[in-house]
Design a protein around this ligand. Sequence first.
Ligand code: SAH
Length: 224
Amino acid sequence: MRLRNIPSARQELADSVYVIDEASIADMRGRWAEHFGNDHPVRIEIGMGKGQFLLELARRNPDVNYIGIERYSSVLVHPVRKLEAMKQSSQTIDNLLLLRTDAEQLNDIFAPGEADRIYLNFSDPWPKDRHAKRRLPGRVFLGRYEKVLADGGAVEFKTDNRGLFDFALEEAREAGWIIDAYTYDLHADPVMNEGNIMTEYERKFSELGNPICKLIEHPMTQST
Ligand code: SAH
């Protein structure tokens, strides 16, 4: 995500009911259901960017709670503005919350089993070997996801970056995760593409002619 600094972003985040105040994020651990006021499943997108994917998911599935994580205020301000504008026009979305934080904090934010799905869309590739542990589909993060996911939960990853995708497949095997399905050309795969919601990056890169790869995986420790 190319970062254009938006000086008002932090204040807009602080003023929005959709954003959990940074200082209180850790207090929510184990209490997300209480916060949403229901026991619907909780699904997380890490690196949500401008939020097209997650807003559309939340709109389509009112009986699922969604939490978007994004580390930059100047990026997170975009979904915040969309949600605030929808509220003004009485199209309020009440099953979505946003967190401005780094996904490295995941296990301080969610208790074991608190989420049943994690979405990674067009994650940063971190091409240098020494940065491999920062890659969101890599084994360090898989270890974090495993703690957060409920039984039957899964990770869904989309990218047009073939190198990062092959790395993700390799890491899944190394970490002992089960690969439920994968494709190197999502938009040409009628089964995996059914109900697909395009992200901003997905639209941009597929318009350039890049095939989109998708992987669905879950940890071996689950009973399913
Ligand atoms: N998912 C969007 C944006 C992809 S760009 C889309 O598909 O269109 C990747 C986004 O992930 C960027 O906005 C970046 O700031 C965010 N991101 C990358 N690593 C992160 C991390 N460790 N924690 C939180 N956000 C992260």
